[in-house]
Design a protein around this ligand. Structure first.
Ligand code: GYE
Length: 341
């Protein structure tokens, strides 16, 4: 049997086993049964197992949509999709299930950077290439994954810092003391590590920028609101909120409004956000959010390029950076109508 045909055979048997388990004839195999359980009829389909972090943000939902539309049957793929609901242990389980199903490729977005060596070694031993999407891993041996596709998070953080520096200078406030609070996303994730490092590197060049606190708000609106509320009670004079994604920004905006304060181009508090989803860009247009640092979730095509390269027997690059911009009131109109997420 050819390699792919062999894999298909194993896949069909494993999918049958999963179906049995899901029908109640065995232990609870998966928390999420969103994976496609239809066996591929066509042996030429490339089988891709995707482990997504969860659905914590609008960005994440758009990222999932990009994957699902790229790895379709029409495009020659058989997609097995698993939503890990914010748990690393669920991602590890999903990866192991992809390995036992002998998929052709594993694509996954690691929730945090640490803790992947063992399972990635298992994938490598099984001869299955792993492509990292969005976030990165911290592993001793980089050959444990084939390629990474995502954003330059450190540059995103620097962009936020550079924008703030330019904005304060434009307003003639370049010499003033500036009090900054930061809402951070999932602790230990690449996006948080990079954005924090990038912003901090610019802040370090400004003696009068005081970062009062960096609070962990998990990339969600509810936590963004909760942490912002606490900081508003703790600090009297907040000049800038740096919120590491739009979902947390929405929570922060609610908290600020409820506290009777204003934000944005004409307001008391400067708001810097990340992601640039449509609803946040509308707030940029209204002048409620000052600037949104784009993070591009449409990574499906980039990942497909990696797979096509490998299918052609060529070596893929180790890193692929997606394209991103910075949006303020001045240029937001150029993108807002075409934003699908
Ligand atoms: O900014 C946030 C999401 O890792 C880039 O994760 C991603 C981040 C994104 O939930 O909204």
């Amino acid at each position: 049997m050819k390699q792919r045909a062999k894999r298909k055979f194993r896949l069909i048997s494993s999918v049958l086993a999963v179906l049995l388990l899901l029908s109640g004839c065995g232990p609870d195999f998966k928390e999420d049964n969103s994976q496609d359980t239809v066996t591929p009829k066509d042996d030429s389909l490339i089988v891709v197992g995707v482990s997504q972090i969860g659905s914590e943000s609008v960005w994440r939902t758009a990222n999932t949509a990009s994957i699902q539309s790229t790895f379709s049957k029409e495009n020659g793929y058989f997609l097995i999709f698993d939503n890990a609901r914010q748990k690393q242990e669920n991602q590890i389980k999903a990866l192991r299930s992809f390995i036992s199903q002998q998929v052709d490729y594993i694509v996954f977005s690691p929730i945090v950077e640490d803790g992947w060596d063992t399972v990635l070694q298992e994938a490598k031993d099984a001869g299955i290439p792993v492509i990292l999407m969005d976030r990165n891993v911290n592993v001793k041996d980089e050959s444990l994954y084939t390629a990474w596709v995502g954003s330059d998070f450190t540059e995103e953080g620097r962009r936020a810092g550079r924008w703030l520096s330019g904005h304060l200078a434009e307003e003639g406030r370049g010499d003033e003391e500036v009090n900054i609070v930061v809402l951070q996303g999932t602790n230990g994730s690449t996006s948080v590590i990079g954005r924090t490092k990038g912003f901090d590197s610019v802040a370090a060049q400004h003696d009068r920028w005081n970062i009062l606190e960096q609070a962990d708000a998990d990339f969600t609106t509810a936590k963004g609101k909760e942490e912002m509320n606490k900081m508003l009670q703790k600090y009297e004079d907040i000049d800038v909120v740096v919120s590491q994604n739009d979902d947390m920004t929405f929570g922060a905006l609610e908290a600020i409004q409820e506290a009777g304060m204003t934000t944005g181009t004409e307001g008391e508090i400067i708001v810097i956000s990340f992601d640039a989803t449509k609803s946040a860009l509308e707030k940029v247009e209204e002048g409620i959010i000052n600037v949104d640092i784009e993070c591009n979730p449409e990574q499906g095509a980039y990942i497909e390029k990696v797979i096509r390269t490998m299918e052609n027997g060529e070596r893929a690059d180790k890193e692929y950076f997606v394209e991103e911009k910075v949006f303020t009131k001045k240029n937001v109109d150029s993108v807002i109508d075409d934003r699908s997420y």
